[in-house]
Ligand binder design. Structure first.
Ligand code: GLC
Length: 604
């Protein structure tokens, strides 16, 4: 009889609908009170635990340990990597979660940072560096909305995006994940993206997913040579020696805007501030974020982020949870020197038993997590809404991505070669001319992305051939002009840290070969950041920066042939030399091209 009573009570708590929005918040909070009162210590700890699905020993661990969240890190894909395969994977995990004693649904996170980029066939949009140059609020919101639809179509309800870093040093491998070096552009685009993912009211539609503003805080302010544990050639996850006043003036505003927009989660940053790891910094999360700024969602750690706190793993758990982190992305990556999730659970329980983490802290964290699970609609609708799948990868989304490409491109030079003439014959060459993987960049199918046909899309030369003949589509060997597409190969995070921001020898050779042809040529640059290419610009007849455009390379051709006018403006200063880096509008850098620079087609 007792179990039946519990079941009836829980069913009423988890699935009762409130008849009035105004009461919903109150109702949810009282439901959360009732659930917390039923939870054991182990269940509260489980709710605060996030595991990568690829590291589960067995699927039933989800229920046996009352796990609150799963994620798919970069490349943590189902065997059948398509929209249905993802939805089937998500639903299988969720069904197990609902069999746990309290039946609380999982919240499932993914990095859909430029579309649902782990999924084959998903629409890959330009990375944030390009969207920052477009600097178009409504476009940014629509890109995130389309991404939300494709993510929700796979059941997933949480996106570790937008990254609202303010990259200061172009040597950083995460430069392209930032919109701009300017706080105002980052604040605006961050807000637009959050509203795109969540809508103005989280949970109000079936494709509303929880956003995650990251990484708190000052991830883009670290110093070269302090990255990855003070490695001489790294900056990622390094130290930011900055004052509280600079944090408040420059790095905090995008987060305040995110909180005001109702962002459901915030991710702690790997970096240190004045040599204290953010993941252990109670001033940041307890005092600043939660008390002063009024953030009422929950804070998630980064991937094995607590492991980087000095001290043993148990002290890492204690220090991070007591600093205000509410959920820990463990994620169980034993094969990559990570800790097993059962080790995490056991040490966490020990710490609570020893009074080193209070039950009051657990209750606050669990309340925040359940609050977002209720607010997002997950408690009512935990399974995939399969009606969304028809929009995933749709022509409508591809057209939007193509528009985003058009608006993100920045023209740095034009000796009247552009716009090109469709009646002419073009020699197209370069490492980026026909490479979907290169034009997508990192965070594409795999964590680091990859070269070649890694996912369906339109390469830049395929886009050009929609308008004109090229050396691939014409036997004619007389060319009126050449288009050379060069630039960076894909990288992600610390793998992209570099103090050699130059073209590869292979790319330089491609350009030299074109120069010998004695015909006018335009260089198209695929890159996650400004590169030192002064001579290349000087020698060319036109120089167009495409950033990392994603799957819709047709957008580059649209601009080359003047189908659309240019509107993109640099959201980052463009340095003259490596010695000028970090080069920003507010550090007296004598830039080759300043923030805000971008040519247009005056004829149009
Ligand atoms: C990564 C990144 C973070 C991402 C997380 C999950 O290391 O720092 O941006 O959301 O792990 O993939």
């Amino acid at each position: 009889m007792k179990n039946l009573t519990l079941l009836v009570l829980l069913t009423s708590l988890l699935f009762s609908c409130s008849n009035n929005k105004g009461n919903e918040v109150e109702n949810n909070e009282s439901k959360i009170d009732s659930i917390i009162a039923l939870m054991t210590i182990e269940e509260k700890i489980g709710q605060m635990t996030q595991i990568d699905q690829q590291f589960l020993d067995t699927i039933t661990d989800i229920a046996d340990y009352s796990i609150g969240s799963l994620l798919s890190g970069g490349g943590s894909n189902p065997d059948t990597n398509n929209f249905k395969g993802w939805a089937d994977m998500y639903d299988a995990y969720q069904e197990v979660a609902l069999t746990s004693r309290l039946g609380i649904p999982l919240i499932y996170g993914v990095d859909a940072v430029h579309g649902h980029n782990n999924v084959l066939g998903a629409t890959m949009f330009p990375h944030n560096v390009g969207l920052g140059c477009a600097n178009d609020y409504e476009l940014c919101r629509k890109v995130s909305e389309a991404t939300a639809i494709e993510v929700a179509a796979t059941g997933i309800n949480w996106n570790f995006s937008p990254c609202i870093a303010i990259p200061q040093d172009e040597k950083w491998g995460r430069h392209y994940e930032g919109y701009s070096e300017h706080v105002d552009i980052v604040s605006e685009m961050g807000e637009a993206s959050i509203i795109g993912y969540q809508t103005k009211e989280l949970g109000s539609v079936n494709y509303s997913i929880v956003a995650c503003a990251k990484h708190f805080i000052a991830d883009g302010a670290t110093i070269w040579g302090t990255g990855m544990g003070n490695k001489a050639d790294k900056i990622d996850r390094g130290n930011a020696p900055i004052s509280d006043s600079l944090i408040r003036a420059k790095y905090l505003p995008p987060y305040q805007k995110a909180i005001d927009a109702g962002v459901g989660t915030i991710m702690a940053s790997f970096n240190s501030i004045n040599d204290l790891k953010c993941h252990a910094n109670g001033y940041l999360f307890n005092d600043l974020l939660k008390d002063e700024m009024g953030f009422d969602g929950f804070v998630i750690s980064d991937w094995q982020g607590i492991d980087e706190i000095p001290g043993d793993y148990k002290s890492d758990i204690i220090n991070s949870v007591n600093a205000g982190l509410d959920m820990i992305m463990v994620p169980g990556a034993v094969k990559w020197d990570g800790e097993h999730y059962k080790t995490f659970l056991n040490l966490f329980k020990e710490a609570v038993d020893e009074g080193l983490i209070t039950e009051e802290r657990l209750n606050d964290a669990v309340r925040r997590i359940l609050r977002i699970k209720y607010r997002s609609g997950l408690m009512k609708n935990p399974m995939t809404d399969r009606t969304l799948i028809e929009k995933a990868g749709s022509d409508e989304h591809k057209a939007l991505a193509r528009e985003a490409v058009q608006k993100s491109l920045v023209l740095l030079k034009n000796n009247d070669l552009l716009p090109l003439d469709e009646s002419k014959n073009y020699f197209v060459t370069g490492s980026g001319a026909d490479d979907i993987g290169k034009q997508c960049g990192g965070w594409t199918i795999e964590w680091q992305g990859g070269l070649g046909n890694i996912t369906p899309g339109t390469s830049i030369i395929e886009g050009i051939e929609e308008f004109a003949t090229t050396n691939r589509t014409s036997k004619n060997q007389i060319f009126d002009a050449a288009i050379v597409v060069v630039g960076e190969d894909p990288y992600t995070e610390m793998e992209g840290d570099s103090d050699k921001l130059f073209l590869s020898e292979k790319d330089k050779k491609s350009i030299e070969e074109v120069k010998k042809m004695g015909i006018p040529y335009v260089v198209v640059l695929i890159t996650g950041r400004p590169l030192i290419v002064n001579e290349t610009i000087d020698d060319s007849d036109a120089f167009l920066v495409a950033w990392l455009p994603g799957t819709e390379g047709g957008g580059v051709a649209d601009i080359l042939f003047g189908k659309e006018n240019l509107t993109g403006k640099l959201s980052f200063s463009w340095p003259k030399s490596m010695e000028d880096i970090p080069c920003n509008y507010d550090n007296d850098c004598d830039a080759l091209f300043p923030l805000g620079f971008g040519l247009t087609y005056s004829k149009k």
